[in-house]
Design a binder for this molecule. Structure first.
Ligand code: TYD
Length: 147
């Protein structure tokens, strides 16, 4: 694999969400078809993550996600088999778009943090690569034009 090629990682990016500032507290709203580059078909959140624990450790064949630190902070390390990129999420109005075929690790959760995830598909275990070697093999196969 060539370093720097990173075809899937190139589309992963921070999306700034609307923030309605108010002395009473801020508000962020997310509308389907407006703020997220896919149809939202599932929402889940991670919370009560013990110190030192990491989440993720997998990639998805088709699933796209937007990852938001609605409270606290954490790191998201993305890897598309060509290159790696680390994002530090610590604002409730920033979402990290993660495309399909990107390995992700979520780590360094601050105490009390909450990770909200918007996803393009319902949960489907068959959509996961949970084995890193199998993921790299699939990336390599697709770079050679195989399905
Ligand atoms: P997993 O996707 O491995 O969690 P993370 O990537 O956040 O570390 O999922 C952990 C468990 O939860 C696994 O048994 C599948 C289950 N799960 C669901 O039932 N529905 C869901 O929407 C998700 C994301 C996970």
């Amino acid at each position: 694999m060539q370093p720097g090629a990173g075809p899937m990682l190139a589309s992963c990016r921070i999306i700034e969400l609307p923030k309605i500032s108010d002395p009473r507290g801020n508000l962020t709203a997310i509308e389907n078809g407006r703020h997220v580059p896919f149809d939202i078909r599932r929402v889940y959140y991670l919370y009560d993550v013990p110190g030192g624990e990491s989440r993720g450790g997998h990639a998805h064949k088709q699933l796209e996600q937007l990852i938001i630190a609605v409270s606290g902070s954490f790191d998201v390390v993305l890897d598309d088999g060509y290159e790696q990129k680390r994002f530090f999420l610590n604002r409730s109005y920033y979402g990290l778009y993660v495309s399909r075929m990107v390995w992700r690790e979520l780590k360094n959760f601050s105490s009390g943090s909450v990770c909200l995830v918007l996803a393009s598909e319902p949960y489907d275990e068959a959509d996961y690569y949970r084995d890193h070697a199998a993921f790299l093999e699939a990336v390599s196969r697709s770079s050679q034009g195989a399905p």
